[in-house]
Design a protein around this ligand. Structure first.
Ligand SMILES: [Zn+2]
Length: 634
């Protein structure tokens, strides 16, 4: 009997159902827009058609650096074009190009020398490894142990307090400190950023506790020399040389420095005391680097309301997956994230059949599997549309799988069943978004929404692990839709035949319905703690939150005011500027780069008063948009 449940009949029932509910929802007191019957253009047939192309052998797994990756991009662009979207990429096309740098360690050039108590010891590749954030280069200096290396004034935690690390090498234990919310740490408050902000010249890092065992395995050691790390070319600028010690070397060095590695690992969530050490190091990091151009795919559908259309709702998924294996094994990535990519295409299509009041931006990110690179590019460097007009990002990464009844495979422990989906992040920035999302689900799809991965203490840290994070860190409300890790996750066996298209259709419709209602709200989604962007476009005067310049602001902060057109040389009470990690930055206007119908884009240079620092950041101010380039004064 099963095969009578054809997609056609299924779609027909879904359509009747949705129309009747839409009428009901329109009368509901929640003031949420009725959802149009165009939602029923989202069918299992359409989703399957896209997915069978994207997850095909011919596309070879959609690896960002593969020569044929552009075919996937062009497929997505062609669909957006057919739906009537406008290209937001280069030259009016849909492709938003950016450069990435792929590096492999130069195992011969890379060395470390440690001098301690008059004795010098030399270490080679294998005793330690270049960190993925490292630049190539060399540095030497005294070693200062800075604990977890977190320096966050807004969270009142400073591992650098009372330490002078200028021109020195910092030794860091990776991990989070008790009482610190990592989701609210700015780039300059942790890791490389904090080390640079305090004037350090290099970083020696302990192996993260959870990778220590893996780093001692034969598998890791054999392949470490060929390990490829890929980052945004823009992110690679201004980085310090950084290495990670092998567990064996870390143990040896720590003991001789009078520190106890085991005790530090066991301290886990307890405080660690930083201190300067009676040791110095010289390190050389050699990298073999290659620059590759890749692309996001971005399209725009204008909203119907003359005012509200200036704002937009984003729907996103990553369309990249993994590199073909040495034996030619293709990683099809049907679920990860062929499912999200197909779903976003179907949503783009449905939105084009009847447009909402606000505009819609569709973005397919590249380089997600390599470290959320495409979204970082769009969020941090060259947004296709101003970020301050982005009302929400609904991001889908894996929605196609369901746990079959009776499946007791340990690897499927957290895989959701046919009627359940994980939602992550919905309540973190905008409680109103969470309410709207739940109301919409109970009005229409009636799925079981599971918030297991939304727990801030959940060790998988899913909130930080897909593209939505790069928008959330700018204070944009997000929801991340996810079916859970499963036995085929990141394996060649993640194939189309295992997809549950009934579930995938329901989740896709839920995302459409939620996005539709946000796009038609008479007000912008409220954020907890108030909006982090302030401004009065008429007076061309803006207020920037000092602590939260490039991250969501939930905290109390000092407001620093400046006017567009001001050029300021030094700090005084009214000088435009802001503070990150104890360093004051003065804002100077460099140039007005672009005139929007509704605003202005201006480039500022924020000049550090102390350290050699460089950072591109961006804030929205009323209708004006500011790009601040934070760099050193030299
Ligand atoms: Zn993914």
């Amino acid at each position: 009997m099963k095969h009578f449940k054809s997609p056609f009949i299924h779609a027909l029932f879904a359509s009747i159902f949705a129309v009747s509910v839409a009428i009901y929802a329109g009368a509901a007191p929640a003031n949420l827009a009725p959802v149009p019957p165009t939602v029923d253009s989202i069918t299992p047939t359409e989703l399957r058609m896209h997915l069978e192309f994207l997850a095909s052998d011919e596309l070879g797994g959609r690896f960002t650096l593969a020569p044929n990756f552009g075919i996937s991009a062009r497929y997505l662009a062609s669909q957006l074009k057919a739906y009537g979207y406008k290209g937001l990429g280069d030259h009016g096309d849909y492709l938003q190009h950016f450069d990435v740098i792929s590096s492999k360690p130069d195992t011969v050039k890379t060395t470390l020398t440690i001098t301690m108590g008059g004795q010098t010891a030399t270490y080679n590749f294998g005793d330690f490894y270049p960190s993925t954030t490292s630049t190539d280069g060399e540095a030497q200096g005294q070693i200062v142990f800075v604990g977890r290396g977190i320096s966050s004034p807004s969270q009142k935690h400073d591992d650098y307090a009372g330490l002078d690390v200028k021109n020195k090498i910092v030794l860091i234990v990776p991990g989070n400190a008790p009482g610190v919310d990592p989701s609210k740490l700015g780039d300059n408050e942790t890791g490389q950023g904090a080390a640079r902000a305090h004037g350090a010249v290099a970083i020696i890092q302990l192996p993260p506790k959870r990778f220590a065992a893996f780093m001692q395995s034969k598998e890791f050691k054999e392949h470490a020399g060929e390990r490829e790390s890929v980052k945004l070319a823009k992110d690679a600028e201004g980085k310090l040389p950084a290495i990670t010690l092998s567990p064996e070397t870390a143990d040896k060095l720590f003991n001789s420095m009078g520190l106890n590695l085991k005790a530090i690992y066991e301290a886990d969530k307890k405080p660690i005391d930083p201190k300067a050490l009676d040791a110095s190091a010289k390190l050389v990091v050699g990298l073999r680097q290659e620059r590759v151009t890749t692309q996001n795919v971005v399209g725009f559908l204008e909203g119907t309301d003359p005012d509200l259309k200036k704002e937009y709702v984003t729907f996103s998924a990553h369309y990249d997956h993994l590199k073909t294996g040495p034996g030619g094994e293709i990683y099809h990535g049907a679920d990860d994230d062929g499912s999200g990519t197909s779903a976003i295409l179907a949503i783009a299509h449905a939105m084009s059949l009847q447009r909402p009041k606000r505009s819609v931006m569709i973005i397919f990110h590249a380089g997600e599997e390599l470290g959320l690179l495409g979204s970082a590019y769009n969020a941090d460097y060259a947004p296709a549309l101003p970020l301050d007009r982005m009302v929400v990002d609904l991001n889908i990464d894996m929605i196609g799988r369901s746990k079959p009844p009776g499946d007791s495979d340990e690897a499927d422990k957290h895989l959701t069943d046919a009627h359940t989906i994980y939602l992550v992040g919905a309540d973190r920035i905008s409680p109103e978004l969470n309410k709207l999302s739940e109301q919409t689900n109970s009005d229409f799809q009636k799925l079981k929404l599971d918030y297991f991965y939304n727990d801030p203490n959940e060790p998988e840290r899913i909130y930080f692990r897909s593209d939505h994070w790069n928008y959330a860190k700018h204070g944009i409300p997000i929801i991340f839709y996810f079916d859970g890790v499963h036995v085929d996750y990141h394996k060649p066996t993640d194939t189309v035949d295992k997809i549950d298209f009934t579930k995938m259709t329901a989740v896709t419709k839920l995302v459409f319905e939620t996005g539709w209602r946000i796009a038609n709200l008479d007000h912008r989604l409220k954020r907890s703690g108030g909006d982090y962007v302030f401004g009065d476009p008429d007076q061309r005067q803006m207020t920037i939150c000092g602590n939260c310049f490039n991250q969501p602001c939930f905290s109390k902060f000092s407001k620093l005011i400046f006017r567009l057109g001001d050029t300021v040389a030094k700090r005084d009470k009214n000088v435009p500027g802001f503070e990150i990690g104890g360093t004051l930055f003065i804002l100077n206007i460099v140039k007005k780069t672009y005139d929007h119908a509704a605003g202005v884009e201006t480039t500022y240079r924020a000049v550090s008063t102390k350290n050699n620092r460089r950072k591109v950041a961006r804030v929205g101010v009323g209708h004006a948009v500011v790009f601040a380039v934070i760099e050193s004064q030299k």
